[in-house]
Design a protein around this ligand. Sequence first.
Ligand code: COA
Length: 151
Amino acid sequence: MDLTIRNAKLQDIGFVLSGIREIFKIENDIFVYNEKKKLVSNAIRDKHIRVVMKGGRSVGFLWFRISDLTPFGLDYGKWSRKYCWISFVYAVKSYRNQGIGSLLYDDIMRICKKRRVKQIMLDVFTVNKKSASFHKKRGFKPLLSIYRKTL
Ligand SMILES: CC(C)(COP(=O)(O)OP(=O)(O)OC[C@H]1O[C@@H](n2cnc3c(N)ncnc32)[C@H](O)[C@@H]1OP(=O)(O)O)[C@@H](O)C(=O)NCCC(=O)NCCS
Protein backbone atom coordinates (compact mmCIF):
# COMPACT_ATOMS: atom_id res chain seq x y z
CA MET A 1 0.00 0.00 0.00
CA ASP A 2 1.28 3.52 -0.81
CA LEU A 3 1.57 4.80 2.75
CA THR A 4 4.04 7.55 3.64
CA ILE A 5 4.87 9.09 7.00
CA ARG A 6 5.92 12.61 8.00
CA ASN A 7 5.86 15.11 10.87
CA ALA A 8 2.48 16.77 11.36
CA LYS A 9 2.05 20.29 9.99
CA LEU A 10 -0.21 23.08 11.29
CA GLN A 11 -2.71 22.21 8.56
CA ASP A 12 -3.17 18.80 10.28
CA ILE A 13 -4.62 20.35 13.48
CA GLY A 14 -8.24 19.67 12.46
CA PHE A 15 -7.47 16.07 11.49
CA VAL A 16 -5.61 15.35 14.73
CA LEU A 17 -8.33 16.98 16.86
CA SER A 18 -11.08 14.96 15.17
CA GLY A 19 -9.10 11.76 15.85
CA ILE A 20 -8.63 12.69 19.51
CA ARG A 21 -12.33 13.52 19.78
CA GLU A 22 -13.10 10.00 18.51
CA ILE A 23 -10.67 8.41 20.97
CA PHE A 24 -12.22 10.36 23.86
CA LYS A 25 -15.63 9.10 22.78
CA ILE A 26 -14.40 5.49 22.79
CA GLU A 27 -12.89 6.06 26.24
CA ASN A 28 -15.96 7.91 27.66
CA ASP A 29 -13.85 10.94 28.43
CA ILE A 30 -14.72 14.63 28.10
CA PHE A 31 -13.17 16.38 25.09
CA VAL A 32 -12.52 20.13 25.46
CA TYR A 33 -11.74 21.47 21.97
CA ASN A 34 -9.91 24.70 22.83
CA GLU A 35 -7.80 23.03 25.52
CA LYS A 36 -6.68 20.34 23.10
CA LYS A 37 -6.17 22.71 20.16
CA LYS A 38 -3.39 24.56 21.98
CA LEU A 39 -1.73 21.29 23.02
CA VAL A 40 -1.91 19.92 19.47
CA SER A 41 -0.36 23.03 17.93
CA ASN A 42 2.45 22.94 20.52
CA ALA A 43 3.05 19.24 19.80
CA ILE A 44 3.19 19.95 16.06
CA ARG A 45 5.69 22.75 16.67
CA ASP A 46 7.82 20.38 18.78
CA LYS A 47 7.60 17.61 16.12
CA HIS A 48 5.79 15.24 18.48
CA ILE A 49 3.11 14.10 16.03
CA ARG A 50 3.73 11.75 13.10
CA VAL A 51 1.12 11.55 10.35
CA VAL A 52 0.50 8.76 7.84
CA MET A 53 -0.55 9.81 4.35
CA LYS A 54 -2.24 7.75 1.67
CA GLY A 55 -2.68 9.30 -1.76
CA GLY A 56 -2.55 12.86 -0.41
CA ARG A 57 -4.96 12.14 2.44
CA SER A 58 -4.09 12.05 6.18
CA VAL A 59 -5.17 8.61 7.42
CA GLY A 60 -3.50 8.20 10.79
CA PHE A 61 -1.31 9.79 13.43
CA LEU A 62 0.74 9.04 16.51
CA TRP A 63 1.45 11.63 19.22
CA PHE A 64 4.54 10.93 21.31
CA ARG A 65 6.93 12.57 23.71
CA ILE A 66 10.41 11.52 24.74
CA SER A 67 11.14 12.43 28.34
CA ASP A 68 12.78 11.41 31.61
CA LEU A 69 9.75 12.47 33.63
CA THR A 70 7.59 9.61 34.81
CA PRO A 71 4.27 9.07 33.09
CA PHE A 72 0.96 7.70 34.47
CA GLY A 73 -0.43 11.15 35.29
CA LEU A 74 1.15 10.84 38.75
CA ASP A 75 4.26 12.76 39.61
CA TYR A 76 6.77 10.16 40.68
CA GLY A 77 9.61 12.48 39.66
CA LYS A 78 12.46 11.88 37.24
CA TRP A 79 13.84 8.60 36.03
CA SER A 80 17.44 7.88 35.31
CA ARG A 81 16.50 6.87 31.78
CA LYS A 82 14.45 8.25 28.92
CA TYR A 83 11.23 6.71 27.80
CA CYS A 84 8.82 7.42 24.97
CA TRP A 85 5.27 8.15 26.05
CA ILE A 86 2.57 7.63 23.43
CA SER A 87 -0.36 9.98 24.01
CA PHE A 88 -2.51 8.88 21.08
CA VAL A 89 -2.37 6.52 18.12
CA TYR A 90 -5.13 6.71 15.56
CA ALA A 91 -6.17 5.43 12.14
CA VAL A 92 -9.22 6.74 10.23
CA LYS A 93 -12.01 4.19 10.71
CA SER A 94 -12.40 3.26 7.03
CA TYR A 95 -8.64 2.68 6.74
CA ARG A 96 -8.19 0.42 9.79
CA ASN A 97 -6.70 -3.09 9.49
CA GLN A 98 -4.52 -2.00 6.58
CA GLY A 99 -1.25 -1.54 8.45
CA ILE A 100 -1.43 2.16 9.41
CA GLY A 101 -1.12 1.55 13.18
CA SER A 102 1.73 -0.91 12.56
CA LEU A 103 3.53 1.59 10.34
CA LEU A 104 3.23 4.26 13.04
CA TYR A 105 4.82 1.86 15.55
CA ASP A 106 7.62 0.85 13.15
CA ASP A 107 8.31 4.55 12.73
CA ILE A 108 8.29 5.39 16.45
CA MET A 109 10.54 2.41 17.21
CA ARG A 110 13.01 3.70 14.62
CA ILE A 111 12.89 7.17 16.24
CA CYS A 112 13.39 5.63 19.72
CA LYS A 113 16.35 3.55 18.55
CA LYS A 114 17.98 6.62 17.01
CA ARG A 115 17.49 8.56 20.27
CA ARG A 116 18.58 5.62 22.47
CA VAL A 117 15.19 5.32 24.17
CA LYS A 118 14.71 1.89 25.68
CA GLN A 119 11.03 1.94 26.73
CA ILE A 120 7.75 2.94 25.16
CA MET A 121 4.75 3.58 27.42
CA LEU A 122 1.11 4.35 26.89
CA ASP A 123 -2.14 4.16 28.75
CA VAL A 124 -4.87 1.82 27.58
CA PHE A 125 -8.38 2.49 28.83
CA THR A 126 -10.14 -0.65 30.04
CA VAL A 127 -13.11 0.03 27.74
CA ASN A 128 -10.82 0.21 24.69
CA LYS A 129 -10.51 -3.52 23.97
CA LYS A 130 -9.21 -2.95 20.43
CA SER A 131 -6.35 -0.82 21.70
CA ALA A 132 -5.51 -3.43 24.37
CA SER A 133 -5.34 -6.30 21.87
CA PHE A 134 -3.51 -4.20 19.26
CA HIS A 135 -0.80 -3.23 21.76
CA LYS A 136 -0.54 -6.68 23.38
CA LYS A 137 0.06 -8.22 19.95
CA ARG A 138 2.88 -5.77 19.48
CA GLY A 139 4.66 -6.80 22.69
CA PHE A 140 3.24 -4.28 25.18
CA LYS A 141 2.45 -5.63 28.66
CA PRO A 142 0.18 -4.09 31.31
CA LEU A 143 2.21 -2.36 34.02
CA LEU A 144 -0.26 -0.81 36.45
CA SER A 145 -3.95 -0.06 36.79
CA ILE A 146 -5.44 3.27 37.77
CA TYR A 147 -8.63 2.89 39.84
CA ARG A 148 -11.34 5.52 39.89
CA LYS A 149 -14.40 6.14 42.01
CA THR A 150 -16.86 8.81 40.89
CA LEU A 151 -18.27 10.93 43.73
C1 COA B 1 -5.61 0.99 17.41
C2 COA B 1 -5.53 1.46 15.95
C3 COA B 1 -4.68 2.72 15.90
C4 COA B 1 -4.90 0.37 15.10
O1 COA B 1 -4.70 0.92 13.80
P1 COA B 1 -4.78 0.04 12.47
O2 COA B 1 -4.33 0.89 11.36
O3 COA B 1 -6.10 -0.61 12.34
O4 COA B 1 -3.65 -1.05 12.80
P2 COA B 1 -3.07 -2.17 11.79
O5 COA B 1 -3.83 -2.16 10.53
O6 COA B 1 -1.60 -1.98 11.71
O7 COA B 1 -3.33 -3.47 12.62
C5 COA B 1 -4.67 -3.87 12.94
C6 COA B 1 -4.91 -5.27 12.45
O8 COA B 1 -4.95 -5.29 11.03
C7 COA B 1 -4.13 -6.34 10.52
N1 COA B 1 -3.49 -5.86 9.29
C8 COA B 1 -2.42 -5.05 9.21
N2 COA B 1 -2.10 -4.82 7.93
C9 COA B 1 -3.03 -5.46 7.21
C10 COA B 1 -3.24 -5.58 5.83
N3 COA B 1 -2.43 -4.97 4.94
N4 COA B 1 -4.29 -6.32 5.42
C11 COA B 1 -5.10 -6.92 6.31
N5 COA B 1 -4.95 -6.82 7.66
C12 COA B 1 -3.92 -6.11 8.09
C13 COA B 1 -3.10 -6.59 11.59
O9 COA B 1 -2.74 -7.95 11.60
C14 COA B 1 -3.78 -6.19 12.84
O10 COA B 1 -4.36 -7.25 13.52
P3 COA B 1 -3.95 -7.52 15.04
O11 COA B 1 -4.12 -6.24 15.83
O12 COA B 1 -4.90 -8.58 15.43
O13 COA B 1 -2.52 -7.92 14.98
C15 COA B 1 -6.96 1.72 15.39
O14 COA B 1 -7.79 0.63 15.67
C16 COA B 1 -7.63 2.98 15.92
O15 COA B 1 -7.40 4.07 15.41
N6 COA B 1 -8.49 2.83 16.93
C17 COA B 1 -9.22 4.01 17.45
C18 COA B 1 -8.29 4.92 18.21
C19 COA B 1 -7.74 4.25 19.44
O16 COA B 1 -8.46 3.62 20.18
N7 COA B 1 -6.43 4.42 19.69
C20 COA B 1 -5.75 3.83 20.82
C21 COA B 1 -5.85 4.67 22.03
S1 COA B 1 -4.93 6.16 21.92
